[in-house]
Design a binder for this molecule. Sequence first.
Ligand code: KG4
Ligand code: ZN
Length: 342
Amino acid sequence: MRLLAIETSCDETSAAVIVDGRAVSTVVSSQIKIHAEYGGVVPELATREHLRNLQPVVREALEQADIAPTELDALAATRGPGLPPALMVGWKAAQSMAYALGIPLMGVNHVQAHLYSPWFVGDPPVADWNSFEPNLSLIVSGGHTLLVKVDAPLKHKILGSTQDDAAGECFDKVAKLLGLGYPGGPVVDRLAREGDPAAFDFARPMLNQPNDDFSFSGLKTSVRYFLEKHPELAADNARLPDLCASAQAAIVEVLAKKTLRAAKRERVKCLTLSGGVACNSELRNQLQSVCDENDFTLRLASSDLCTDNAAMIGLLGERMMEQGDDPASMEVDIHPGWAINA
Ligand code: KG4
Ligand code: ZN
């Protein structure tokens, strides 16, 4: 099976070629620098960049894989969730190619692709479905914070989600309050390594509530009030590492503790982690400690697959085809608000 995958749901234009469960080429064109100036993703600019970059990105992925379009057996593309005009660029291009080449197109859910990315291992990534085990999965990105019970590939149930800001959004907003630019997560992560996580005590929202939901807007507000009360700290660069470490500790503690509690209750012994915030070194370390202490297995999505990419879309799309899911017809449209419930 030779499949071309396309991803344009947010600010990455990406294409990948999958050959029999292996992502033989992945090309990602990131727009981070363009949006950084505005402190967040601007949908119109994202769409313009996707329109500009999609063709060269697809061509390069095919060239790297040494495969001609006419040799493809199938296509997969992100149908949702995501920014509507951005999704439209990749989805309509994929539909046109599928029509012109007379091959099927699988519409893939972007968040489901994150969910299963811990099972795509190695470089280049290969789908490792043989080692699959039931798991409790934490998906943390700029747009989503979800706890999901996964019983089998493509058989899963959402247990909890954020009631307001996503974890990545919280990292980004805290970074903005500290004047650290966008996206803030990687900077907070880096500065926090030099800081004391116990220096300041920020709120741990919903940590002790008996459900699997999260809320991060309160934490952002608690950092804001704290900085308003202590302007001397906000102005002192030397205290930035302590502020970053303390805010990060609050986010990570809530994520790690609620994930562990859900896993114990659901009686699964495997945790998985994916999405952009899964790059966070403290979150990775804490989940590793939690798993070591409880004799759980931890499957972390590789850093390349944590941020948006077409390899995860193609590897999941291929699995959907193998399971007999229906390809999308030309009438099927994008699905910007697509939930992941199977
Ligand atoms: O999955 P992703 O690339 O895009 C979405 O689908 O949202 O995630 C982007 C998010 C941003 O909020 C960014 O700040 C965060 O992931 N992020 C991090 C780290 N690297 C990226 N957050 C914390 N620590 C990091 N190292
Ligand atoms: Zn994503």
